[in-house]
Design a protein around this ligand. Structure first.
Ligand code: SF4
Length: 347
């Protein structure tokens, strides 16, 4: 929902100003999916708003639910017919988190990422980004899913720092008490490593979490896996992280997808230890190890056992590290699996 559009529509319909608050409350607090559900509005006003300022800028194509019910993946159709994917996850019984996209496809082209295979199709608007959260709130109400959705991660399709202005505006909307009211500490932004934007982000949003998709602590290997490393190599990233930590004492999360016999060997773990320790105080650096979700790429997943051994090297060296839970594998909704391909989804 674009509140400016709603305001303009209300003005064109000669509605009094308090109607805006009624719409806002119904949409953001009560997850109204249709103006027809907003009984306080006169019928003519509802009809006018429906045509001039629709609640959602995207519509549901399909939702798939994992066998354990803890991961839901939606294919949402944008106004121009393009499709974007977003995921709703329940990592614990009381918490829901959504993983949202900021682009259709992605230009970064990480070699292990299904979205990277698509290339960039287009950027999303601010409304299309935040509407993914609104969609899930409506979905949870419709499906009577208990609990509250108040965690958002920008880890879906796209590189958030490639669309910084959209990212910034969408973050402000998510944190706005009169809109989504999500606490800054419940929002995380993940980047493949656009170094200058990391520092800017620390200044602009010191309370929002930052995750860096590292995946290798060796420049040659990282450039192969995450091509943006050529422009912003590990030394530039380290400098940006250090400056970031001067702006905010928030923990930085290093994401590390474990790829069998590529970046999951003991020497890779040792390099990661040295790199993580050089970034800042121990308590401010946390490594998330992710067992790769196999996609149509040549990469293969590390075993669970190998992931635990890798983690042990980090822990023994005093680096905080967890092996991340992977929800939604069976619906291709897990990390690195978001992609809209004709043959995958049959559109
Ligand atoms: S991992 Fe992220 S940055 Fe890399 S290609 Fe995929 S969506 Fe883009």
């Amino acid at each position: 929902m674009d509140l400016d559009k709603v305001e303009a529509a209300l003005s064109a319909l000669n509605a009094p100003r308090y109607r805006l608050d009624q719409v806002r409350r119904a949409v953001f607090s009560e997850a109204a999916a249709s103006y027809d559900d907003v009984a306080v509005l006169p019928r003519e006003l509802r009809d006018g708003l429906k045509s001039q300022a629709p609640i959602l800028s995207l519509k549901e194509r399909r939702v798939e639910v994992s066998s354990d019910g803890r991961a839901h993946k939606a294919l949402l159709e944008l106004g121009d017919g393009k499709i974007v994917e977003t995921v709703l996850l329940r990592p614990s019984p009381v918490r829901w988190t959504t993983c949202i996209s900021c682009q259709v496809g992605c230009a970064v082209g990480c070699t292990f990422c299904a979205t990277g295979l698509m290339g960039l199709q287009r950027n999303l608007s601010v409304e299309e980004v935040t509407d993914q959260v609104l969609f899930w709130r409506q979905y949870m109400k419709r499906e009577s899913l208990e609990g509250r959705l108040d965690n958002v991660v920008y880890m879906g399709m796209g590189e958030p720092f490639a669309v910084y202005d959209t990212l910034a505006q969408s973050l402000r909307a998510l944190m706005d008490q009169k809109q989504f009211g999500i606490g800054a500490r419940h929002i995380s932004v993940s980047t493949s490593g656009i170094a200058p934007q990391i520092e800017r982000f620390g200044r602009d949003f010191p309370q929002v979490n930052l995750a860096l998709s590292l995946h290798a602590a060796d420049d040659a290997l990282r450039t192969r896996l995450v091509p943006v490393n050529k422009a912003y190599p590990l030394a530039a990233l380290a400098k940006a992280i250090k400056n970031y930590l001067c702006e905010t004492p928030r923990k930085v999360f290093l994401e590390y997808v474990l790829l069998r016999e590529e970046n999951d060997r003991p020497e890779d773990a040792a390099r990661l230890v040295a790199y993580a320790k050089g970034l800042g105080p121990r308590e401010l650096i946390h490594v998330n190890l992710i067992i790769f979700n196999e996609t149509d790429t040549p990469h293969r997943a590390s075993s669970e056992e190998n992931a635990r051994s890798f983690q042990k090297v980090l822990l023994d060296a005093g680096v905080h590290a967890t092996v991340r839970q992977n929800l939604g594998r069976d619906i291709q909704g897990a990390c690195g699996q978001l992609v809209v391909l004709e043959r995958t989804h049959g559109q």
